[in-house]
Design a protein around this ligand. Structure first.
Ligand code: NAP
Ligand code: GDD
Length: 325
């Protein structure tokens, strides 16, 4: 019988699946909220199916969240569910606000009613810093979001702080910078690059077409960041923590490193740009300071840029080598 139980929204996503694996290893009983899809997408959960309990629910639906909290009786709640793709948030701003912004408030209300003692981790984002005025960004850097996604995350961030202050609940924000892995969705730039490079290396494609190559991000490795999420909830008191590597690289540098890892040196001839992938308002440069997380939680990222690129390229090369499409 597990002595601690955790409830995860977004368990089918990149972070949710790694977090479920980590919590199972630590002996937690894990419940994940899964929304109804016509074709269930449980690929990321392959390693934990049968060991986690999946319950129906949607961040758009208050009663299903209340029911999930009530039935799982969690000691810890991790709110990772979101419409998380910045590009889509410009095309579907209201839906993004509903899921990513109000969805967080719905979960907080469900927790307050059904498990007020549970510790809550909320997945805040460096996208909230947006048009940054200071570098590196830390817990005190002002927010200036540049997308409907970023705006929704700022709303959710403050909803969490408000529940902490108004109701003395243990609610913490992890303000995480970009973190990637072979489980990253194919629309995000790192995975689009490593998948594209693997297609070119295996003769399935000839070109990779991207948007702004000069954007810079602080890219880390997702398994490191789910460890930080857990540590945030083991702190004595709730608070807000930046998770980052402290290093920024451009999209162009990621592209070059990915092609070189695949052994393609004439990479420039395979690269195109197309303004359809540019955003109406761009976040040009993000680089975070993880000093507080290191000082208070003993957290440090283990995997740096070159190693991250290698892990992702090798996984996509393997996948494309094994599959014909
Ligand atoms: P992800 O792979 O896109 O996963 C998002 C998860 O949210 C999926 O499980 C998805 O379920 C679920 N979801 C979407 N709409 C929902 C709804 N209406 N009700 C319930 N669940 C819903 O994202 P991720 O990269 O793992 O990120 C996890 C969280 O961290 C997100 O909140 C993201 O915004 C935030 N974040 C991510 C990063 C990063 O670099 N990865 C950085 C900062 C913050 P389906 O499988 O059904 O679509
Ligand atoms: N997706 C994508 N596709 N991005 C491109 C492309 C392209 O073809 N070409 C250039 N980029 C640039 C984007 O303009 C952006 O500046 C950068 O690459 C990173 O884009 P994404 O990988 O889509 O991630 P993001 O930084 O917008 O958002 C991610 O990180 C946030 C944390 O800062 C997501 O995971 C968010 O959910 C997360 O909160």
């Amino acid at each position: 019988m597990a002595d601690r139980s955790a409830l995860i929204t977004g368990i089918t996503g990149q972070d949710g699946s790694y977090l479920a694996e980590l919590l199972l290893k630590k002996g937690y009983q894990v419940t994940g909220i899964v929304r109804r899809l016509s074709s269930p997408n449980l690929n990321n959960l392959a390693q934990v199916l049968g060991r986690v309990k999946l319950v129906d629910g949607d961040l758009m639906d208050q009663s299903s969240l209340s029911q999930a909290v009530k039935s799982s009786g969690p000691d810890e709640i991790y709110n990772l569910g979101a419409q998380s793709f910045v590009g889509t948030s410009f095309a579907q701003p209201v839906l993004t606000g509903e899921i990513t912004g109000l969805g967080t408030l719905r979960l907080l209300a469900a927790a307050r009613e059904n498990a007020p003692q549970a510790k809550i981790y909320h997945a805040s984002s460096s996208e909230m810093f947006g048009h940054v005025g200071a570098e590196p960004q830390d817990e005190n850097t002002p927010f200036h979001p540049r997308s409907p996604y970023g705006v929704a995350k700022v709303y959710a961030y403050w909803a969490c702080v408000n529940y902490r202050e108004a109701y003395s609940m243990f609610v913490s924000n992890g303000i995480l910078f970009n973190h990637e892995s072979p489980r990253r969705g194919l629309e995000f730039v790192t995975r689009k690059i490593t998948d594209g490079v693997a297609r070119i290396a295996t003769g399935k494609a000839d070109t990779l077409t991207l948007g702004n190559l000069d954007a810079r991000r602080d890219w880390g490795y997702a398994p490191d960041y789910v460890d930080l999420m857990w540590r945030v909830l083991q702190a004595k008191s709730p608070g807000d923590y930046v998770g980052a590597t402290g290093e920024a690289h451009s999209v162009r540098e990621f592209v070059q490193a990915a092609f070189e890892t695949a052994g393609i040196s004439d990479w420039q001839k395979h690269l195109r740009t197309d303004s359809q992938f540019n955003r109406p308002s761009e976040v040009f440069n993000l680089r975070g300071s993880p000093a507080k997380a290191k000082r208070e939680l003993g957290w440090e990222p283990t995997t740096r840029f070159k190693e991250l690129v290698k892990i992702m390229v090798e996984a996509d090369l393997k996948r494309h080598g094994e599959n014909s499409n």
